[in-house]
Design a protein around this ligand. Sequence first.
Ligand code: FAD
Length: 383
Amino acid sequence: MRAEILVIGAGPTGCTVATTLARLGHDVLMIDRDDPPRVAVGESLIPVCREVLDDLGVDMTGFLPKHGAVFRWGGRSVRFGFDEGMRPDHVLAWQTPRAELDRRMREVARGAGVRFAQTDVRAVDVPNRTVSTGLGEVEAGFLVDCGGRNQLLGRALGVRAKHPWLKNAAVGAWHRGVRVQDEEPGDVVICAYDGGWFWFIPFADGTWSVGTTLTPRGPTGPDRWAEALARCPDAQERLEGAERLEPFRGTSDISVSSTAFHGDGWALVGDAATFLDPVFSTGIALGLFGGRDFARTWSAGGDLDAWEARCRAAVQAFEPVVQAWYEGDRFLRVAFAEAERHQPTVRKAIVSLLAGDVFDPDFTGPRRLGARFDSIERMVLGA
Ligand SMILES: Cc1cc2nc3c(=O)[nH]c(=O)nc-3n(C[C@H](O)[C@H](O)[C@H](O)COP(=O)(O)OP(=O)(O)OC[C@H]3O[C@@H](n4cnc5c(N)ncnc54)[C@H](O)[C@@H]3O)c2cc1C
């Protein structure tokens, strides 16, 4: 097989890259080991995703609309509705079982003329632009790794890096019969505890994705789940009487990074380049925007260093706030204190960051929240 451009991985990032390139007139081959796609994490979208999904023409009918996020901590809760943000255009997102989202995105890619092969990529020869697959050798003019956190190409190139301070694991499973508390229908609920947090993501059919992210990285079996649950009365309450629908799925090391996102004849996009942390549900948005931007830039013969810088800037917008989440519960203390202290501008900026409104170069509000988090913390907490 041969292609002008080979996209490894047909998740949200790969489909965005492939569809955009095909529409710009390129010959694209996309490979994924799973077809139909499998159940995966990355189920709670944030409102900013809508721009790229609309642009691609992905049908979101039937997914559960999501209008906000609720944080629970020590028996208390605070809700951030997306309609309270700095701009009125980022108010709606969806909770999407990934197998179905990816299936729809692949359909869009095929409709745009992307060729698809179901096979496993086993090895990559970057200088010769060839990959060996279960279906034989594939030659390509350019290789794009959208294969996720395994970082196949990044490993082969030696550009894979560990995140300097994020060292978390995750374990979870779909459940039925989860108790609803004070959230609005469709909200994602995050329950924080000492050492981690639980996510509760509702789907349209009444099932829930429930999982926990916890420190340190390492084992992700049922014992780890039990240990986490024992520490989190909020999650215990929600799960009382609930039924687990599948074996636990785990990830022993969540955060990944790369020292370079592109080079001669290759690029890494989405999680294959970098994945920070799931606490603010940013992974899909970063893949969609980074993927569309890559395809447009590459097709135009543009500056891929500038593309990489934009991708890194988007991650950096979230990073100080993620750090404030994990270090001394600083984010939670601000989020919970803020309503009582009536800091409307801070609240609006938090909501806009939670909506993912960090990709517009002319709109800096939510991006500045992270950079100024220390001073905001002092202002809000009076510390
Ligand atoms: C615990 C956890 C919870 C998360 N929750 C959220 C959330 O709620 N919201 C959110 O936005 N993000 C979330 N994320 C992040 C999200 O899962 C990722 O950012 C997102 O899936 C990245 O999409 P992608 O297309 O880059 O990679 P992936 O979704 O990983 O897709 C990669 C594709 O490549 C294929 N592939 C991989 N290797 C090969 C190979 N060798 N050969 C052939 N095919 C291959 C796979 O089959 C897959 O289809 C979470 C992440 C974790 C770890």
